[in-house]
Design a protein around this ligand. Structure first.
Ligand code: TRP
Ligand code: SF4
Length: 328
């Protein structure tokens, strides 16, 4: 038996921040040696909500893939590709949509939430309703055994399995039901304690230089009740401590105690965090420097990835067309 297969994707949101890293990319890097991995830029998925202004798309794709490579995804062992360059995803999405009862997509929690929360875009479109069907096609077309994702994507994965079961029930076993591989950190908040988001300006980016990271870390919100150095702190309400739990794991207990006893000051505590972030980001900086010296690298990686992904996707589509008695 060969290696098990993984597919995962990210909408091209541009340069990646620490939340993106611990929410997905960290897992992707870790899994690439163990599995045959397909990592996809979900540009069609970006269009489902951002169809009215696509001016940032190309730049966002390039900076995201650059971050992938800098973070350690190795193009020799994993396939990195662009969804819209593998047209079979659209074909399979269309075919799957024939099988999906409307209520399955209408009651999807991510769909209902987006409709309720997002006011500045009209999301009452066919494409946005079909978001999880396209995602199911992304996964099923590679017969992926597993999908590394964050918790927010679990409803989409459940729907993917339901669709796979339904088609398999009617047409015989074509698709594999994928398992989820959850990331170690469900959600990393921004430096101000709110949801980490570009629009809040509270992100630390993987491509930030050391000075920028240190400035952002030094401005992080801490326990508001700890006014003087001699006050005892409450790490559970401090965003610096939240970061320590993720980036200084092995010393988190000691830091927590130091904060509670007022043995550790906030300035010192932030310095420890700066060092942890440097350990994580410095190798990425070095790789990024190397990549920027060879500006065609990203393009070559993607072209090769598109080719390898197309080959794998077409193999499944031959089976699907035959099962549905479509003209081969
Ligand atoms: N919906 C995913 C997100 O917003 C992106 C995505 C598209 C994806 N296709 C996928 C993730 C297939 C996993 C598998 O993050
Ligand atoms: Fe937060 Fe650290 Fe200050 Fe405690 S010592 S309040 S954990 S910054």
């Amino acid at each position: 038996m060969g290696k098990k297969r993984i597919l995962s994707g990210n909408r091209p949101t541009g340069k990646l921040h620490l939340g993106n890293y611990v929410g997905a990319l960290e897992n992707w890097v870790r899994l690439q040696n163990e599995y045959e991995c397909f990592y996809m830029v979900a540009d069609w998925h970006a269009l489902t909500s951002d169809y009215a202004d696509t001016s940032a798309m190309r730049g966002n794709i390039d900076s995201m893939v650059l971050d992938w490579l800098a973070a350690g995804l190795d193009p020799d062992i994993c396939v990195m590709f662009i969804q819209s360059k593998v047209k079979q995803h659209a074909e399979l999405s269309l075919l799957l949509s024939m099988f999906v009862p409307l209520p399955w997509v209408e009651r999807c929690p991510t769909y209902k939430e987006a409709l309720a929360q997002i006011q500045d875009k009209d999301l009452r479109t066919h494409g946005f309703l079909g978001y999880p069907i396209l995602q199911a096609a992304d996964i099923l077309i590679y017969k992926a055994d597993a999908v590394p994702v964050g918790e927010d994507q679990l409803p989409h994965l459940e729907l993917t399995r339901e669709i796979a079961r339904r088609v398999n029930f009617i047409y015989g076993k074509i698709f594999t039901e994928p398992q989820d591989i959850l990331s170690r950190v469900p959600k990393l908040l921004g430096t101000d304690g709110r949801k980490m988001s570009k629009s809040y300006g509270n992100c630390i980016y993987l491509s930030d230089d050391e000075k920028t990271v240190n400035e952002k870390a030094s401005l992080m919100v801490t326990d508001p009740a700890r006014v003087r150095r001699s006050d005892k702190g409450h790490p559970e309400v401090c965003s610096v401590f939240d970061y320590h739990k993720v980036f200084t794991r092995e010393r988190a207990a000691e830091i927590e105690q130091g904060c509670r006893d007022a043995a550790l000051g906030c300035v010192e505590c932030k310095k420890i965090l700066m060092a942890s972030l440097k350990t994580l980001l410095e190798p990425m900086r070095i790789r990024r420097e190397e990549l920027l010296k060879k500006p065609d690298t990203v393009r070559f990686v993607i072209e090769d990835g598109n080719r390898r992904a197309s080959e794998a996707a077409e193999k499944t589509m031959i089976e699907v067309r035959e099962a549905l008695r479509l003209v081969p």
